[in-house]
Design a protein around this ligand. Sequence first.
Ligand code: NAD
Ligand code: IPM
Ligand code: MN
Length: 355
Amino acid sequence: MKKIVVIPGDGIGREVTESAVKVLKKIDEKFKIGLEFEFKDAGGTAYDKFGEPLPEDTLTACKNADAVLFGAVGGKKWDNIEVNLRPEKALFGLRKGLGLFANLRPVKVYESLIDGSPLKPELVKGADLLIVRELVGGIYFGDRCESEIHNGVERAWDLENYSVPEVERITKLAFETAKIRAGKVTSVDKANVLSTSRLWRRVTGEVAKNYPEVELNHLYVDNCAMQLALNPKQFDVIVTGNLFGDILSDEAAVIAGSIGMMPSASIGELTSLFEPIHGSAPDIAGQGIANPMGTILSAAMLLRYSLKEEDAAKTIESAVEKLLDEGYRTPDLYSDGFKKVGTDETTEIICRYIG
Ligand code: NAD
Ligand code: IPM
Ligand code: MN
């Protein structure tokens, strides 16, 4: 048996994980992998039930799992509670607790979504990039101060730090990945301003010497943000720190047509976790209209990376592609002339195509 811990979380996290589990069950019928699901709470839902966003029991179950499938956490209801109890803390606890140091966020452009992109078709056609985001360091995990009086005025601060081994670890993974892709790494930093970025740039340059077959270039993050919209095809693998990776990947989602299409894999030392890059989308939660494909494609990544079930992963990806080719669109992708479908119908069609 392969044990998958499923953490639906909050808002649309609950809807999209339900879809992905249905798809995984369908895959299991076909490929006889022997999947076993265990559902656990995290985020605001866990706070409401247990008074904490990441119960020990949830983390322990994840540590003992073959893989984790995560929805999303957060919502207005919990925006003003004590900072250490916020739903988002569950994510940090899981990332740190499972040692999920590398977050892989692929940006794939489906042929039939090209014309629907807000970017010109000739810019997005053929774009295929992977953002490798460092996930357990940087400003997300540095010292911070919520409030203090300094020179008679209130201020707050967050400290960014990166160590050489942290940068080496993520950079090596980026180069190894580029080797089996198009052989190009773009390292993104703000080395004209930040000390951490200057260290980042020096270390990526050192690591690059071990990979003569891979081309390395460096971009400042502000320029990279522009280049993503201007000419996304120039990129193969982008490697960057925690904060820049978070921001650039939401921007890159526009290339894929919608943030609802974007999967991710967080690779860990103990186990790995798979989740869409989007959040709990309170503005559409509970309406049955969330795009479940980012989570379904995350389930495909789970099969590929954690369970080594490449055929099963490809079967899911082909079913998603077929649904798009057949003209079905969730509201985030919809335009005139297409067939509008909600979360459940999308899931049913994908399951049907899996066969
Ligand atoms: P969001 O990603 O939830 O939503 C941004 C926009 O994209 C919204 O308009 C939303 O409707 C849309 N969207 C997102 N996913 C979609 C989908 N699958 N289908 C269709 N439309 C989709 O970001 P936000 O609004 O900035 O944050 C909402 C909450 O989610 C916050 O509490 C935030 O902290 C949390 N959040 C959690 C995660 C996570 O759990 N990994 C990630 C990002 C944000
Ligand atoms: C993401 C999210 C999280 C992050 C938030 C919810 C803490 O935006 O996974 O991209 O910033 O890492
Ligand atoms: Mn984000």
